[in-house]
Design a protein around this ligand. Structure first.
Ligand code: F6R
Length: 365
């Protein structure tokens, strides 16, 4: 049931403050402001040398954000792979390692095959899944559920932010276990996570502004998304979401890669969407925006007040998100990225919930 929403996708976008809070509650003790891994998910991160992660599509982009969190918050090296590559790469795995698989459906063929490879090579298996009865969940040692509820729209939205929420909680817990985060650091990070639903609700209020912008996007043929650091996976996710539901060609790039090729594409016909909260790499991203502006590119900037104030560059549009600790920004910035794709697709008149050629669950390779 879509409630009073026109599509499941929009309904699911709007459910995010609630399902993110619900998922977070599964992994943290709100009163104590600490990570408390639930029964069946008590992973020993302190004893790990490395962590391997694989997934497909949007779930892979969640894993990519997870890599930044595990490295920064827990000093835990991460080997990350697209599952369809991992399964055939003949990856050497160290003894007693842990491999994490991320999947909304829990049935994705390549992800399941990667899991089986890891199991056959003596790894412990963790599964971040939205369907607890799925094949991937059944074959895991640690089941790490996302509590997003059923996701009907083919384009993943709330499952993505719940995967991110789970990864953030795990990374904070790992940081604490590995002695990289103090108890006070943990409290601060958990407090920031507790505030995510409020920021998500705030971000949803940008919908009208985004709808106006989407009307313009629906007239273009190509869109480039840029992001740096933890915003890089959001650029990839933005491009994926736009192409899969609006059929507009979009590419996501790490902002620093711009001058290594894609800058040749820049002109006034290809909007450049820049995901850039005011964080420690913000100034670097501004330099990339200036390179775009100098070549007549039209910029759509997703940032916060501080970012808007200090970005010395003309934009076609700047969307202002709430200010928040950098650790949680990838989760909140998912909302404008999803809404942009959604409204562009609505203007294009495509079948938003059932885009052509796509299946909700990819059980063949
Ligand atoms: C994109 C999308 C796909 C899935 C991918 C993995 O919106 O939905 O890219 O993320 O097919 O699916 P799961 O998470 O079920 O393994």
């Amino acid at each position: 049931d879509k409630g009073n929403h026109r599509h499941f996708m929009l309904k699911e976008i709007y459910e995010q403050p609630e399902v993110v809070a619900h998922t977070l509650g599964h992994y943290v003790d709100f009163a104590e402001r600490r990570v408390a891994l639930p029964e069946g998910a008590e992973i020993d991160f302190a004893g790990l040398d490395r962590l391997a992660m694989s997934a497909c599509g949007t779930a892979f982009y969640a894993a990519l954000v997870g890599q930044y969190w595990f490295e920064q918050l827990a000093r835990l090296p991460v080997d990350l792979d697209i599952a369809s590559e991992f399964r055939y790469r003949e990856v050497p795995l160290s003894a007693n390692g842990l491999s994490l698989f991320i999947s909304q459906s829990g049935e994705t063929a390549d992800t399941l095959a990667s899991l089986r490879y890891c199991r056959a090579h003596g790894q412990k298996i963790g599964a971040i899944v939205n369907v607890p009865t799925s094949s991937i969940a059944r074959e895991a040692d640690y089941i790490l559920p996302t509590l997003a509820g059923p996701e009907i729209g083919v384009a993943s939205t709330k499952a993505f932010t719940c995967q991110l929420t789970t990864l953030l909680a795990l990374a904070i817990g790992a940081g604490r276990q590995r002695g990289h985060l103090s108890r006070e650091d943990e409290e601060k990070l958990v407090q920031a996570a507790i505030e995510m639903p409020r920021h998500l609700s705030q971000a949803l209020k940008l919908e009208d502004e985004i709808e106006g912008l989407a009307k313009e996007l629906s007239r273009v043929k190509h869109v480039l998304y840029l992001g740096r650091g933890k915003s890089f996976p959001l650029a990839l996710e933005g491009a994926l979401k736009l192409k899969e539901i609006s059929y507009i060609h979009a590419e996501g790039y790490a902002a620093g890669e711009l001058k290594h090729g894609p800058i040749a594409l820049i002109d006034e016909t290809m909007p450049v969407i820049v995901v850039a909260p005011y964080d420690k790499v913000f100034d670097k991203t501004v330099s990339n925006m200036q390179e775009v502006a100098a070549r007549g590119g039209r910029i759509i900037l997703l940032t916060d007040e501080e970012g808007a104030r200090s970005a010395a560059v003309d934009t076609m549009k700047t969307l202002i998100l709430p200010s928040m600790p950098a650790a949680i920004a990838p989760i909140v910035y998912a909302v404008p990225v999803q809404l942009l794709a959604y409204h562009t697709a609505v203007f294009m008149g495509t079948d938003v919930d059932q885009p052509r050629n796509l299946a909700k669950s990819v059980t063949v390779e």
